[in-house]
Ligand binder design. Structure first.
Ligand SMILES: *Cc1c(COP(=O)(O)O)cnc(C)c1O
Length: 374
């Protein structure tokens, strides 16, 4: 019998999701908006400890509206994480702003506060900073926040991958003036697709909701003084999200167990795992390995060997400053060698699906170890 394929991260449903959907059907409140949307916003606010939330069609939409709230105009500089998924930084271009990418540190693979400081020396006029928490690991958020405050720039936190991770005991997605989270299919919990904009600024979230529903002026007819978007979340999607939120902490614990099993199983190999600051508790969304410098085993060799065994793995996000679409953008790094480029060259994401059994994970571990002749 062929063994099942082992995937990176797929949705894990529990049943409550269907109950919330059923309720929406029973009341014919399919869309637009509705009780599930209102409750989902409220429940996320309570869970994370943030005052206001707007449920949207995606995290990308949330990041776009966050940049609009920063009033990013043509040519405005936005300092951005370099080692991340393109959705973190694409919305800067929607508003015709200009990305400047900031290199990572080795301690968390996230934006290096010292490199951010250097970026502000070159671009003191930068209006906003977009920081991502890579693979569920918090960046040095307190320091990044205080650097932004000192330079009068607004911090936007992209917590798409880090929902339920904490830094100094505080939830990620609450450190920025504006914050974005994702419920896309591969994330720690999913609503099938969707996102939220989070902020303690109630007026700002109200404005974001206005833009997200086609910017309809308060008039008896359809009147518009601003360009609008169709960015709100449907009541069905919110129902799935509500059911999933009940299991967020459970998912985090399972993700952590996966990470720790890899950590123990690879302790004798010439590699390390994605690291985190001791004052942070990641959500361990994806477990990644980083070959030691000079290690003759290439991550793509491991990826191919795993693929032959029906096991999915993925390269680390290719840094934004290496992307053809951003070839015109500046990149700020402390040293000669870019940290993000180095992590990209030596790293690999391993299966981190919480439905993976211990036997499944043993299969992954055996296949990785075999690449090192172990
Ligand atoms: C998934 C992801 C996004 C985009 O989220 P969507 O909800 O799919 O738009 C943004 N940033 C990061 C870092 C992500 O991983």
């Amino acid at each position: 019998m062929a063994l099942d394929r082992i995937l990176l991260a797929t949705p894990t449903m529990h049943g409550e999701e269907m109950e919330f959907i059923q309720e929406a059907f029973d009341t014919n409140w399919i869309a637009p908006l509705g009780k599930n949307v209102d409750c989902f916003e409220q429940e996320v606010c309570e869970h994370l400890g943030v005052a206001h939330a707007a449920a949207l069609s995606s995290c990308t939409a949330a990041l776009h509206l966050a940049l609009k709230l920063c009033n990013i105009q043509q040519g405005d500089i936005v300092l951005c994480s370099d080692l991340t998924f393109s959705a973190t930084v694409n919305p800067v271009s929607y508003e015709k702003g200009v990305q400047v990418f900031v290199d990572s540190d080795y301690a968390s693979w996230n934006m290096d506060p010292a490199a951010l400081e250097k970026a502000f020396e070159k671009y003191p006029q930068a209006k906003a900073v977009v920081v991502a928490n890579l693979y569920g690991t918090p960046a040095k958020l307190d320091e990044i926040r205080s650097i932004c405050d000192r330079h009068g720039a607004i911090l936007i936190e992209d917590a798409a991958e880090s929902l339920s991770a904490t830094y100094m005991g505080k939830q990620t997605g609450t450190f920025g003036t504006y914050n974005a989270i994702s419920f896309n299919g591969n994330k720690i919990i999913t609503s099938s697709g969707g996102g939220m904009l989070l902020s303690d600024d109630g007026e700002a979230v109200k404005k974001a909701r206005f833009w997200a529903t086609q910017s309809k002026d308060p008039a008896p007819w359809y009147q518009h003084t601003e360009i609008g978007y169709n960015y709100r979340m449907s009541n069905i999607v919110a129902g799935i999200g509500r059911g999933q939120l009940l299991h967020l902490e459970e998912h985090r614990i399972l993700k952590k167990q996966i990470y720790e099993r890899y950590l123990a199983a690879f302790s004798d190999l010439p590699l390390t795992m994605n690291p985190y600051y001791p004052n942070s508790e990641p959500n361990f969304w994806l477990s990644c390995i980083l070959m030691e410098k000079g290690c003759e085993v290439h991550p793509l060799t491991i990826m191919e060997a795993l693929a032959k065994e029906g096991i999915e793995s993925r390269p680390i996000w290719k840094p934004m400053h290496m992307q053809p679409v951003f070839a015109h953008c500046d990149f700020i790094s402390l040293g000669e060698q870019s940290v993000g480029e180095d992590i990209f060259a030596r790293g690999l994401c391993l299966p981190s699906d919480i439905k993976m059994t211990q036997e499944d994970q043993e299969r992954v571990i055996r296949a990785v170890r075999a690449c090192f002749g172990k």
